[in-house]
Design a protein around this ligand. Structure first.
Ligand SMILES: C[S@@+](CC[C@H](N)C(=O)[O-])C[C@H]1O[C@@H](n2cnc3c(N)ncnc32)[C@H](O)[C@@H]1O
Length: 222
């Protein structure tokens, strides 16, 4: 899992733009995380699948996935700045992905639209997390699968520090990333028990939560 500093969805536009650009360039340093995840997911889902990334930010996962197979890929992000950055990244990479502006807790898609969805390094920022989970369930096809990858709220400072040191970031980014984890990210991250309570309020038929390093991987089947 990579670093995750957040633009405030309804904050100052200039500040949001600056934070979005910083995030896009910082996470570009760990592009291998996106390409490895895209490679794994592309093996797990059928060609032609309809894929949604909820809160794609700069769209790196969508772009890496689009390079591998012919999927119909959509990204939905609350930040207009990130939607523009993601669309530009897809164009520059020469791939097709549709980036739209909208909220995870009120998605502009009909019920049963997607075969697979991913929400990576973003869930802890959602203002209405239970509504976001319910929306994820609604927009998946019956039998469709959702995956949330995020920080564990009970990761220790030592674990965080070790994780960031292994990310291969430049010195300045390493310092800023550790600061972001300590001052913002851990405070908003959920524990496994909190996730279980929220997921109990959805209609997913099957949920698996696995803990690894400083994060979770949660798989939810509609
Ligand atoms: C840290 S970035 C993660 C981006 C990307 N998933 C990644 O792995 O690089 C978090 C993203 O969540 C988006 N976001 C925050 N609240 C949202 C909401 N309610 N609905 C949709 N996107 C949201 C932000 O605009 C931002 O792009």
């Amino acid at each position: 899992m990579t670093t995750v500093a957040m633009p405030k969805p309804h904050g100052d536009r200039g500040m949001e733009g600056m934070v979005a650009k910083w995030y896009a360039s910082n996470t570009a340093e760990v592009m291998n995380e996106y390409s490895e995840l895209a490679q794994r997911i592309s093996r797990e889902i059928a060609p032609g699948s309809r894929v949604l990334e909820v809160a794609p930010g700069p769209g790196y996962f969508c772009v890496e996935l689009a390079k591998r197979e012919s999927f119909a890929i959509t990204g939905l992000d609350i930040s207009r700045t990130f939607v523009k950055i993601a669309a530009k990244n897809a164009t520059e990479a020469g791939v097709d992905a549709d980036f739209q502006q909208g909220s995870a807790s009120n998605m502009p898609f009909p019920r049963g639209s997607f075969d697979f969805l991913l929400c990576r390094a973003a869930f802890k920022n959602f203002a209405q997390p239970v509504a976001a989970l319910q929306e994820m369930c609604r927009v998946l096809k019956p039998g469709g699968r959702g995956m949330i990858i995020d920080l564990r709220g009970d990761a220790s400072p030592a674990e965080i520090s070790r994780h960031v040191d292994q990310m291969g970031l430049s010195t300045l980014n390493r310092i800023m990333t550790k600061l972001a984890f300590k001052t913002m990210l851990l405070k908003s991250a959920y524990t496994k028990e909190q996730f279980q309570q929220m997921l109990a309020q959805t209609e997913f038929t099957k949920v698996e939560i696995s803990e690894a390093d400083i994060g979770f991987e949660i798989t939810m089947t509609r």
